[in-house]
Structures are given as structure tokens and as C-alpha cells.
Ligand binder design. Structure first.
Ligand code: C2E
Ligand code: MG
Ligand code: MG
Length: 275
């Protein structure tokens, strides 16, 4: 059902689910068969160009199967220990695109998803800051999203890596918040600047009291700990309005915009900012 819905919303042809092979995946990494889509995030309290930022979402442009979504290959990449290769590909594309936009006069902050294995790599902070410097981009224009459920694996190393990233100015976001098992203490010792409420709560909050209570609790937590609160999976106006009323700062979801190709983002932004 999700497959059908996604096809409809993104306009991308989603191929019939079949297992992808390890060999194909290796080849995809070697030949860089990956593309990025950009999904806007909208900030309530801001006007003008900085009202919007965007999250980079990876897709595999398979030679025969069409566009393959991350849920069909991320786990396999992780299992094979190839995440550094994908992360490098994603960062290179995202940073190159961001630089292009900047040269064309569009300043847009980007969020990039990273996995647990990325944030246990002690070389990551240096690699990222060098890549940004080489492209004349400021570290503060990048946010890394880490899924809450993945955070706790190797806590000591990841804490070290996250702290180094934060010291360099990179912003950090906890993705899928509310679905992990982190304790509040663990969580708030980590240098996060943003909290993304998981879409499973957001999408039901208008009709489900429990989901609503969880969303409200997340917003309060964010306020207390001085974090920017983002709601993901906003699919209708009622949800967006309720989130604004509750003090959520940022919304993202199909109601605002579906993930789109790089060349579509600029025209989309122009349409939003039109008086
Ligand atoms: P995520 O980071 O939590 O991203 C949100 C997912 O929800 C995306 O799916 C997005 O397309 C989808 N989405 C956005 N708005 C809505 C909405 O209103 N309703 C619904 N039902 N869905 C919405 P996608 O692109 O398939 O990505 C799935 C997950 O794969 C991501 O979850 C992220 O954890 C992972 N991922 C994506 N790109 C990368 C990447 O470059 N590197 C890594 N390591 N993981 C990635
Ligand atoms: Mg994310
Ligand atoms: Mg999420």
C-alpha cells in the first residue's frame, strides 16, 4: 500500500519489490548509480528564503528496475559494511549540489541522513569539514540526521564523533524520535540541535489522542533542551495547523512537498515565496 502511495506522490516509478543482490549493489556503489531527491522543510516563524531547508534522500537508479528506495538497500549496505561508500557518494552529491545552488544565488541548508556506522568513524568529522571547505561552504549549512534507534550502539565512540562534528559547527538532528530506546539522560548528553518527531505519531495526531500526547511531549522536550523541533510526515492542512498551534517550529511531509529532483527545488521555492 505504501508502495502505491509513494508512486502516486513522488511521480517516480517504483519497481516491483524483489530482493536486490549483493553483486548488483556492489556494482551500483562502484559505478555510482545513486541519485538524490530533496524534500523541503518549512519553518513557521521565518519569512523569506531561509524559511526553507531541504533533506537529501537517496535513491538507487537501477539500470533495469528503475528507481529503488532506501528501504530496499540500506540494510544490505549496512550488513555488507559498505556504508562508508554510500555515505561518501551521498555527501559528494549533496555538497556539489549545494555549492551549485550557492553559486546560483540560492542559499539553502541541507540535511543529510547518516547511519550508525558513520558516526562511529573517527575520521568522519575531518572528512566532512574538508569536503565543505573545498567547496567553500560553511559547516553550519549542514545538518546530519541520525536515527534515534541507531544512536545507542556504540555510545562512547559516537558521542566522541558527534561532539567533534558539533564543535566544527555541523548541526545534528535525532531522526525518528520516539521510536528508539534511548534514555533521556543518554539522549541529552549528546550534542543535538534538532529533534524530528517520528512520522508514525505525526500522521495520526489529529485523530489519535495517544499520538497527539506523544507529539506534545516531544515538543515540550525540544523546548526544554533548546532543540529545534521538526515534525515529519505532515500529510494534511489540519496536521500542519495543529502543529503550529502546539509550538512545533518546523514541518516536513507530503503536504508541504514530496521529495523532488534538484532541478525542481528552485522553481518550487520560487512559487512558495511569491507574494
Ligand atoms: P527518514 O530520514 O526518516 O526520511 C523520511 C522518509 O519518509 C523518506 O522516505 C520520505 O520520502 C518519507 N516521507 C516524507 N514525507 C512523508 C509523508 O508525508 N508521508 C509519508 N508516508 N512518508 C513521507 P525514503 O526516502 O524512502 O527514506 C527512508 C529512510 O531511508 C529515511 O528515513 C532514512 O532513514 C533512510 N535514508 C534515506 N536517504 C539516506 C541516505 O542518504 N543515507 C542513509 N544512511 N540513509 C538514508
Ligand atoms: Mg531523515
Ligand atoms: Mg524519519
Amino acid at each position: 500500500q505504501t508502495a502505491i502511495r509513494r508512486t502516486k506522490f513522488t511521480g517516480d516509478l517504483k519497481s516491483a519489490a524483489r530482493d536486490v543482490s549483493v553483486e548488483e549493489l556492489r556494482e551500483a556503489l562502484d559505478l555510482d548509480q545513486f541519485v538524490l531527491r530533496y524534500q523541503p522543510k518549512e519553518e513557521f516563524a521565518v519569512t523569506g528564503a531561509s524559511k526553507y531547508s531541504a533533506e537529501c534522500l537517496v535513491r538507487w537508479q537501477h539500470p533495469t528496475q528503475g528507481l529503488i528506495y532506501p528501504d530496499r538497500f540500506i540494510a544490505l549496505i549496512e550488513r555488507q559494511g559498505w556504508m562508508p561508500d554510500l555515505t561518501t557518494i551521498v555527501f559528494n552529491q549533496a555538497i556539489r549540489q549545494q555549492r551549485q545552488w550557492q553559486q546560483d544565488g540560492l542559499q539553502i541548508n541541507l540535511s543529510i541522513n547518516v547511519s550508525a556506522s558513520d558516526i562511529t568513524s573517527l575520521t568522519l568529522p575531518e572528512t566532512i569539514s574538508r569536503l565543505l571547505a573545498d567547496n567553500e561552504l560553511d559547516t553550519t549549512t549542514i545538518t546530519l540526521e541520525v536515527t534515534e534507534s541507531e544512536l545507542m550502539g556504540e555510545l562512547t565512540t559516537s558521542l566522541d564523533v558527534l561532539t567533534r562534528l558539533r564543535l566544527k559547527g555541523v548541526r545534528l538532528s535525532i531522526d525518528d524520535f520516539g521510536t528508539g530506546y534511548s534514555s533521556l539522560l543518554q539522549l541529552f548528553r549528546m550534542p543535538f540541535s534538532e529533534l524530528k518527531i517520528d512520522q508514525s505519531f505525526v500522521s495520526k495526531m489529529v485523530v489519535d489522542m495517544e499520538a497527539l500526547a506523544i507529539v506534545q511531549a516531544c515538543i515540550l522536550l525540544g523546548e526544554q533542551f533548546n532543540m529545534r523541533v521538526v515534525a515529519e510526515g505532515v500529510e494534511d492542512l489540519a496536521t500542519k495547523e495543529l502543529l503550529a498551534e502546539l509550538g512545533c517550529q518546523v514541518v516536513q511531509g507530503y503536504f508541504i512537498a514530496k521529495p523532488m529532483a534538484a532541478e525542481d527545488l528552485r522553481p518550487w521555492l520560487a512559487r512558495q515565496l511569491k507574494p
